[in-house]
Structure formats: C-alpha cells, structure tokens
Design a protein around this ligand. Structure first.
Ligand code: HEM
Length: 154
C-alpha cells in the first residue's frame, strides 16, 4: 500500500479514537457531574439523554472508522507479522465496540423511552448503567492506547 494511503488510514484511525475517547472523558468528568450539580432530575435527565443521543451518533461513525481503518492497517502488514500490541488493540477495540453497540442498541432506547414518559427513576437507572459502561470503555480505551504504542517500546 502506498505510504500516503497508510498515513491517511492512521490519520482517520487516530481522529476517530480522539473523538471517541475524548468524548467519553468530557461526558464522564465534565458534563454529567455539572448536570448533577446544577439541575434536578426532571431537567437533568432529558438534557443528558439529548446530549448522549448526539454523542452516540458520532461515536457510531467513529467505531466503524476505527475498526475498518485498523483492520486495513493490520492487513497491510499481515496478521502473523503484526506486533502483539496490535493484536491486543484489535481485541480490546472489538470489546469496546461491542460495549458501545449494547449501550446504543439496548440501554439508550430504554433511557429515551423513560424520559419521554417522565419515568425519572427508570431513566436514572438506565443512565446509571450507561455511565458505568462508558467508564468501563474509557478505561479500556486507555489500555488500548497503551497497547497501540507498546511496539514502540521495542
Ligand atoms: C478495533 C480494532 C482496531 C484495530 C484493528 C487497530 C489497528 C491498528 C494498527 C494496525 C495500527 C498501526 C498503524 C501503523 O503504525 O502502521 C494502529 C495504530 C493506532 N491505534 Fe489502533 N486499532 C484498533 C482500535 C483502536 C482503538 C479503539 C484505539 C484507541 C482507543 C486505537 C488507537 C491507536 C493509536 C493511538 C495508534 C497509533 C500508535 C502509534 O503509531 O504508535 N486503536 N491501530
């Protein structure tokens, strides 16, 4: 593969990872605690549901871009010759994608439904599960970053 194509693949791969991991840091450490501090549940839960809906649409694109560009980059070297760190990145990246798919397909619709029906305790429960899984993915994202750069350590 020409080196410009490889550079472009790495560029979109990193851009998507920055958007996903950075967005999780913002949601977990800035948006949610601020919303808890400032708003009561009937105002906070619709705001967080609307903000997460927008974020998850962006993440859905980022996940497809990360997995597709990552697989293309590994294929270019060959799975057998790829460093262990890349195999770890593939494994943890796929777990992250699976956790995101579960949040997006199962938990988020539950949150949206509860908010639409003004069922605040159910909405809070769904949001709490989303919060824990987003934090899990954030930790796994950091592990994935470490795996990604590990081959550089020699
Ligand atoms: C899901 C499947 C994934 C696959 C198959 C994959 C594959 C790859 C490959 C092959 C490279 C090396 C590119 C090269 O130097 O030629 C790479 C780089 C990188 N990936 Fe992934 N990746 C995946 C997910 C992720 C995720 C989720 C993150 C971040 C959370 C991530 C972060 C990075 C970073 C930071 C680099 C640059 C490493 C460096 O140049 O030192 N990757 N990825």
């Amino acid at each position: 593969m020409p080196s410009l194509a490889v550079a472009l693949l790495i560029f979109v791969h990193l851009l998507a990872a920055v958007v996903w991991v950075g967005g999780m840091v913002f949601a977990h450490f800035a948006l949610r605690p601020a919303a808890v501090e400032v708003l009561d549940p009937p105002r906070r839960l619709p705001l967080l549901a609307a903000a997460l809906g927008r974020f998850f649409r962006i993440v859905a694109v980022a996940v497809v871009v990360i997995v597709a560009s990552g697989l293309a980059l590994i294929a270019q070297v060959g799975f057998a010759r790829a460093p262990v760190g890349w195999h770890v990145m593939l494994a943890t990246g796929l777990v992250m994608a699976g956790v995101f798919a579960y949040i997006h397909a199962v938990l988020y619709p539950r949150l949206k439904r509860a908010v639409a029906e003004a069922q605040w305790p159910q909405a809070a429960a769904a949001l709490d599960r989303i919060r824990r899984l987003v934090f899990f993915n954030l930790v796994l994202g950091v592990v994935t970053l470490a795996a990604a750069v590990s081959p550089r350590a020699g």
